[in-house]
Design a protein around this ligand. Sequence first.
Ligand SMILES: [Zn+2]
Ligand SMILES: [Zn+2]
Length: 146
Amino acid sequence: MDVSVKNCKECGHLFQYPGFGDRICPDCKKIEDRAFQRVKDFLYDYPGATLYITAETCEVAPERIRKWLREERLQFVEITGTGLSCDHCGKPLTSGRFCADCKYRFALAAGTAREYTEEAQEKAEKEKETNSGAKMFFLGRNRRGR
Ligand SMILES: [Zn+2]
Ligand SMILES: [Zn+2]
């Protein structure tokens, strides 16, 4: 196993980095997991909360919530005002790094198009159910189990 000692990017302490995932130590990871749990619980009770209300109520930095959005652990319900855009074509996004069209194109190139189409449709359905503001809800982590 390729384990190396690194500085935690949150607190700066040395820790054994397993070679994948965020470069943060187990202590900071625990703090982050708890923060994520708070956000998740809050969004479960208030599914339409905006990023800033959520950040303030849960005492979590907006940048951190934005990071979770990028990782698709959270998702905006509504596309306007999210400040997220597709890394490939610049289209506004509710979560993640690439829009459904670009993902589909990448998937076509990789020969896994069907999987992505279903995912995109599911996402479009969810987005239809909404109406105003840059709202968020919790995204389950059981999609396309990796
Ligand atoms: Zn740390
Ligand atoms: Zn795109």
